[in-house]
Design a protein around this ligand. Structure first.
Ligand SMILES: O=P(O)(O)OC[C@H]1O[C@H](O)[C@H](O)[C@@H](O)[C@@H]1O
Length: 282
């Protein structure tokens, strides 16, 4: 099958399915411009999507790649993770070639966003699917007359068989702010990160790609533009408090997020900012 793009319904909501080379595929919903599935040529699903996720727009969909903007988490006055996770985005570009399929979804300010955050903006989320890789690029445009500041993230939920068995390499030597430990700032001295409890870390000014060692779900992870990397797993107790995660959900996910979380980004009137996360099956 040649690469291409089809309009589908996914869990009852409008979405696009990208068919890439060698049988790869991805699904992106218009709700939140959220990527909800990525299947590599080996037939394996690489993203975690909760079986208890809610798709009616009342809350963000639990899983895939939520787009957080203009605020990461609860680090500010706005709703948690900002304003765009529960909006309907427009499809502004779609194209495919022999070795890729690509879509761009966009959204911008409206009366509801300006009531909470008084700035004019346009956002574009581009998903490019190739055989063994996806690139997700967020473009923020300041379309107003005044500068603004924002934080943001591509809050990627990676699917793993057992989170206790995986290791994330590439973050050693970086400082992180530990949100699971009263925001204490620590320096990672281990050569790899393993998860054996609630983990909620903002690694700052990340300079290297990461390698997720997770058996046949292993991935290379790279980011550009986004200065920080957030690693999140709710573990048992926090998972039990999240109504849209099953009791064992914590075990099957690891969020590795490309973020501007600790470092606020400044954007002058008329300027654009780009941030990208690349996932490669290895
Ligand atoms: O429940 P959500 O609003 O989707 O947030 C889920 C998680 O997102 C980020 O990774 C934050 O660092 C966590 O503190 C937060 O719990």
């Amino acid at each position: 099958m040649k690469p291409g793009i089809e309009d589908i319904e996914f869990h009852g909501i409008p979405a696009l399915r990208l068919h890439g080379p060698q049988g790869s595929s991805a699904v992106i919903a218009r709700l939140g411009a959220q990527v909800l599935s990525w299947i590599t040529p080996d037939g394996r699903e690489r993203l975690y999507l909760s079986e208890r996720a809610v798709f009616d727009g009342s809350v963000a969909i639990r899983g895939g790649v939520p787009v957080c903007f203009p605020q990461f988490s609860d680090r500010g006055e706005l709703p948690r993770h900002g304003l765009v996770r529960t909006r309907q985005w427009e499809v502004s570009a779609r194209r495919s070639g022999d070795d890729y399929a690509l879509v761009t979804l966009s959204t911008g300010d409206d009366a509801a966003s300006r009531a909470l955050w008084p700035h004019a903006f346009n956002l574009e989320l581009t998903l490019m699917l190739e055989a063994d890789r996806i690139d997700l690029e967020l473009c923020v445009a300041n379309t107003g007359e005044l500068p603004f500041e924002f934080t943001a993230a591509l809050h990627t939920y990676l699917r793993v068989v057992q989170v206790e068995d995986v290791a994330l390499e590439g973050l050693y030597g970086h400082d992180y702010r530990d949100a699971a430990n009263a925001d204490a700032v620590q320096r990672d001295s281990g050569t790899e990160l393993t998860v054996d409890g609630e983990t909620d870390r903002i690694y700052r000014r990340v300079r290297r790609p990461q390698l997720l060692r997770a058996g046949n779900l292993s991935l290379g992870i790279q980011q550009q533009g986004f200065p920080d990397t957030v690693v999140w797993n709710p573990w048992v107790d926090k998972c039990a408090k999240l109504a849209d995660l099953p009791a064992d959900g914590w075990r099957h996910l690891l969020c590795v997020e490309a973020a501007a979380a600790d470092t606020r980004q400044q954007l002058a009137a008329g300027d654009e900012w780009y941030g990208r996360q690349t996932l490669v099956a290895v």
